[in-house]
Design a binder for this molecule. Structure first.
Ligand code: ATP
Length: 333
């Protein structure tokens, strides 16, 4: 969507204007189902039960306009079921959700959301362009929309080839192009890199980032930490149907810490305690770990040396998303 069009939407007050205009917006960043600010998706206690099994168990998440939101979780965690509920393909058995301020699956919401959830269904004997034209006509869109979508996923040069001749990566890109028809405000992609080789995955990541830099909001699911870490602004971690954590990658990692190897280690502990104040200190595998800013390393070394302690190594350390993920999932990932 062009910035001019975005501006028009903000000021027009038309029914397709900025979705939260006229929907009792409240000041501040807090989003609720009643009044959303820059929030494009919000769920409250969203639940889906299949018989005795809770596939999705009270998920409350928020996706903000313009961000790439990574829905991260191991296989079977409930990602697809959640995304399907946001598209109106599965009915929740509890809780609620709003997409662009609208009930999920309502015609108005669907017009403004593009998705790649089911795996793209295309005619193998038609070209990529012809396939998109079929979909575009169905949606009341012209050939210009097809060309624009092909251009955005960088498939124009191969658009005349038959679908069945496409690589998996190209098929996936065509799926994203189909989702982009009609310039949706929100793109929902279920495991967009699934099955792709490393080069195809890198291409897909680059595509998602380029969509985001063009102002598109993207909600994608993944079971791959590295992927989410590389492309997502914010992450929601889902484990066994429950949202275990939500925040930026930096927030989930928490603050950095300092790790010290020194002898004798027991003598180093009270010195470190004095420096750390109330911050957490632990000894693991013969190393001392202090939850303090790495910039305090020189101060710590001076204090240890002044106490006649030999310092072998001081290094900053930050928990990887992988450690956090494993901690949250109890090693299920
Ligand atoms: P994956 O990446 O493996 O697809 P996921 O995180 O997307 O995993 P879901 O597909 O949402 O997980 O599945 C969550 C749980 O709900 C699983 O235990 C799954 O078996 C169950 N489930 C999903 N759909 C149905 C269904 N239609 N009927 C019964 N159980 C279902």
């Amino acid at each position: 969507m062009s910035s001019a069009r975005r501006r028009t939407r903000r000021t027009s007050g038309h029914v397709h204007a900025e979705p939260y205009v006229g929907r009792r917006p409240r000041p501040g960043p807090t989003a609720t189902l009643a009044g959303m600010t820059d929030t494009i998706v919000v769920t409250e206690g969203l639940t889906r039960r299949y018989g005795p099994r809770l596939a999705v168990d009270g998920v409350s998440l928020t996706v903000r306009r313009g961000e790439v939101y990574g829905f991260l979780g191991p296989n079977g965690a409930g990602k697809t079921t959640t995304l399907r509920m946001l598209l109106g393909l599965v009915r929740p058995t509890g809780g609620a959700a709003r997409v662009l301020g609208l009930p999920p699956g309502s015609p108005d919401a669907l017009r403004r959301v593009g998705s790649l959830v089911e795996g793209p269904g295309f005619y193998p004997y038609l070209s990529g362009r012809e396939n998109l034209r079929v979909l575009a006509r169905y949606a009341g869109l012209g050939d210009a929309a097809v060309d624009e979508a092909l251009d955005r996923v960088e498939l124009t040069s191969r658009a005349g080839d038959r679908y069945r001749a496409y690589s998996l990566g190209m098929k996936q890109r065509l799926g994203v192009a189909a989702a982009l028809l009609g310039r949706p405000e929100l793109l929902i992609l279920d495991e967009p890199t699934n099955g792709l080789d490393p080069a195809g995955m890198a291409d897909m990541r680059e595509l998602v980032r380029s969509l985001a830099s063009g102002g598109q909001t993207v909600l994608l699911s993944s079971h791959l930490l590295g992927e989410v870490e590389q492309i997502c602004d914010r992450v929601g971690v889902i484990v066994a149907g429950r949202l275990s954590a939500e925040g930026t990658v930096a927030e989930l990692r928490g603050g950095a810490s300092l790790v010290v190897r020194a002898t004798p280690l027991p003598a180093a502990v009270p010195v470190a305690q004095r420096l750390a104040g109330g911050a957490a200190i632990s000894t693991v595998d013969g190393e001392l770990r202090l939850a303090v800013e790495p910039s305090r390393a020189p101060e710590l070394v001076r204090a240890l040396v002044a106490a006649d302690i030999e310092v072998h190594e001081v290094r900053p350390e930050q928990r990887s998303l992988e450690e956090i993920f494993f901690a949250l999932s109890g090693g299920v990932a």
